[in-house]
Design a protein around this ligand. Structure first.
Ligand code: B1M
Length: 217
């Protein structure tokens, strides 16, 4: 369990866009043997969400949002590396293809999802961000994926997740892959509406949903 003071410090460091101190705090927590995912979940993620709220209300501007995002990226890179080091790397036969949809460059959350899935032994092909629907489907076939996972952070890019479902159907490939959708504005209702196989709230839930989908098939 993390100390309340550390959690608060993590939130503040994101708000202050203090990359160096945020990196130091993350290293310290890892070296003390505390779960770094808890630091992300309880401290840094609420911090960046608060930044997003301030930005949305016009109380903080794009340069600050970019600096806060860079701070967030630094700490998630450190955590992702720690998760990878920690894993026993027992590779399963499950292949997941992941991408942030076209028009969307948000990839901090997706990177956490990718790391945790890899740490759980899944083979993950990460196509990056701003990826065209056709490319996602083509690559899913090339790598013989079992699951296609997509992330969307903008209400304007969520429809791309629907486009993927429709493109899979028209290519006669809908039964070939299971699909998981995630991202801050995405909801279980949206997932059901577009016909995705699962919705994942966060990285841990993403791993759980992959396991559930595999158990069903
Ligand atoms: Co932008 N942005 N942003 N942004 N940004 C949001 C999303 C916004 C809500 C902020 C706000 O206004 N309140 C808003 C969207 C509003 C809307 O859609 N209605 C917004 C906007 C408007 C924009 C721009 C348009 C701003 C501009 O240019 N004027 C622009 C768009 C660029 C584009 O994509 N075309 C933009 C740009 C950026 C930055 C580049 C500066 C930066 C992104 C940097 C990067 O990712 N490399 C950025 C950031 C950092 C944010 C906020 C503040 C934080 C996002 C984040 O990293 N969260 C965000 C506010 C918010 O989301 N509340 C905001 C932390 C991360 C760990 O969480 O990504 O949600 P998240 O991932 C979670 C879960 O969602 C889930 O697990 C993750 C781990 O727990 N998950 C999955 C995600 N994908 C999953 C996939 C899965 C499973 C789970 O399976 C496949």
């Amino acid at each position: 369990m993390l100390d309340e003071k550390i959690i608060e410090e993590a939130k503040q460091l994101i708000l202050q866009q203090n990359k160096e101190e945020a990196a130091k705090l993350t290293q310290k927590v890892i070296s003390e043997g505390t779960d770094p995912l808890e630091l992300l979940k309880e401290g840094f993620i609420p911090g960046i969400n608060h930044v997003g709220d301030l930005f949305g209300r016009g109380q903080l501007f794009l340069p600050e949002l970019i600096k806060a995002a860079a701070t967030m990226k630094t700490v998630t890179d450190i955590v992702n590396e720690a998760i990878a080091d920690d894993s026993e790397k027992q590779q399963s036969q499950t292949t997941v293809l992941i991408a942030t949809v076209k028009g969307d460059v948000h990839d901090i959350g997706k990177a956490i999802v990718v790391s945790l899935m890899r740490a759980n032994g899944f083979v993950v092909h990460d196509l990056g961000r701003d990826v065209e629907t056709d490319k996602i489907i083509e690559e899913a076939q090339n790598v013989n994926a079992d699951i296609i996972g997509t992330s969307a952070l903008l209400t304007t890019t969520m429809p791309r997740q629907k486009e993927i479902e429709e493109a899979l159907k028209s290519a006669g490939l809908r039964d070939r892959f299971k699909t998981i959708v995630g991202g801050a504005p995405v909801t279980p209702r949206w997932a059901a509406r577009i016909g995705a196989d699962a919705y994942a709230e966060d990285a841990q839930d993403g791993v759980l949903k992959v396991k559930e989908l595999l158990a069903q098939s």
